[in-house]
Design a protein around this ligand. Structure first.
Ligand code: SF4
Length: 400
């Protein structure tokens, strides 16, 4: 691990942990329970904390979530809580008294108060963070990058992500606020590596939170996370990380164990990339779920997708399974086949095309029909992912 490079980032305090400037890397995690269900969330936050999470994040989208957050903080004052605001940046004043860090998504600031400028919205967040001694994270996600930058950069997704982060660093720097981190996440390991390398070269002083989103279920999700995190950590890039895994609630702590194991292995030079090629064949991208998940049947659905599509494991096909509309539409656009959950139905897509909305108990059958069709089409002629590239079809079979 390149410790000299890690020492270049500035130190950012978040409660009892210091991130950056060569301090020990902090493993984070996030509760998947509904924030409005304080009992379930307290139990999960406690389990993540006891597993070694230095910071535990919650999603907050409503006044009810804020009230629950206050109860959770009161019950667990020893935990460094952070909050993910996504589109709900206006709730910052209500959450800040209870957390040590606030994550906002630059790609989600445009939804509300359309007449108010982005720098003005960020200035509001900075004022709140300063008043309450919170750090901020500029959390760029490839599935929800600022639409103006996405169209400007076209296929250069890493470029759009880095530009978004740099723009927001400049806004914060101009405001004299330096207690912030950046994250550049996506579901493709190569993209995450490229974006973080580019950002670290441009702004080596800014601490980075690393993570691969929608890594999926273990063990594949851990392998994919390793492909993204190991090269960065080995190069001295990254000050804190989260391994995002789709897991039943009682196993959520495994995210923390996976993160700690990756750190131990990188420190010992046991790198996955050195021992073989990356993921090939069927790639199931699934979000780790969080308070925003629209139906608690999501985790079971993701597990069922993996189980029922196993017959196609050698096919070079990506299936995205997403818990809600925050990153669901964007992430499924990039997959060959995608499912994203609403409260009472699941949207099924092929690339950007909407196939239909199906009940939870019927969508798997429709997914398998589409999967078979895709395998047959590819067997007839060379088509790549999303039908745009030129990858040949491996022998994946066409029957269940
Ligand atoms: S897609 Fe939705 S439910 Fe899944 S982790 Fe992201 S915000 Fe949470």
């Amino acid at each position: 691990m390149d410790t000299a490079r890690r020492a270049q980032t500035r130190a950012v305090r978040a409660g009892t942990v210091i991130i950056g400037a060569g301090h020990p890397l902090v493993v984070q995690s996030m509760a998947a329970t509904r924030t409005r269900d304080p009992e379930a969330t307290i139990a999960q936050v406690r389990a993540l904390h006891e597993a070694g999470a230095g910071l535990v994040r919650l999603a907050v989208d409503s006044g009810g979530d804020c009230e629950a957050l206050a109860r959770i903080h009161e019950a667990l004052p020893q935990v460094n809580l952070t909050v993910d605001l996504q589109e709900s940046y206006q709730l910052a004043p209500q959450v800040a008294p209870h957390v040590v860090k606030i994550r906002y998504n630059p790609g989600h600031l445009h939804h509300h108060e359309k007449g108010r400028s982005t720098p003005d919205k960020v200035a509001g967040l900075v004022e709140v963070a300063t008043r309450h001694g919170c750090a901020l994270r500029i959390g760029v996600n490839c599935g929800s990058v600022d639409p103006a930058l996405a169209s400007r950069f076209g296929d250069d997704q890493a470029g759009a992500m880095v530009e978004s982060a740099v723009q927001h660093c400049r806004i914060l720097d101009d405001l004299g606020f330096h207690s912030y981190l950046v994250s550049l996440k996506g579901s493709c390991p190569e993209l995450v590596v490229a974006a973080n390398r580019r950002f670290a070269a441009l702004m080596p002083q800014v601490p980075l939170h690393l993570g691969l989103t929608e890594a999926g279920m273990p063990p594949e999700g851990i392998i994919k996370s390793r492909l993204a995190l190991e090269p960065l950590l080995a190069a001295g890039i990254g000050d804190t990380l989260r391994v995002s895994l789709t897991l039943p609630f009682d196993r959520k702590w495994e995210e923390v164990a996976a993160g700690r194991q990756i750190l131990d292995d990188v420190a010992a030079g046991r790198l996955l990339e050195a021992s073989g090629p990356g993921i090939r064949g069927l790639d199931i991208v699934s979000c780790p779920s969080c308070s925003r998940v629209e139906n608690s049947a999501f985790v079971d659905l993701a597990l069922k997708v993996r189980e029922t599509t196993a017959y196609a494991r050698l096919s070079d096909i990506t299936i995205a399974v997403m818990g809600c509309r925050v990153n669901g539409p964007g992430e499924t656009d990039r997959a060959d086949l995608g499912l994203w959950c609403a409260a009472d139905f699941v949207n099924l897509k092929r690339g950007t095309e909407q196939i239909g909305a199906f009940r939870y108990d019927e969508v798997i059958g429709r997914l398998l029909e589409e999967l078979d069709r895709l395998i047959e089409e590819r067997a007839r002629g060379p088509r790549g992912r999303n039908g745009t590239g030129g990858q040949a079809l491996p022998d994946g079979g066409g029957s269940r």
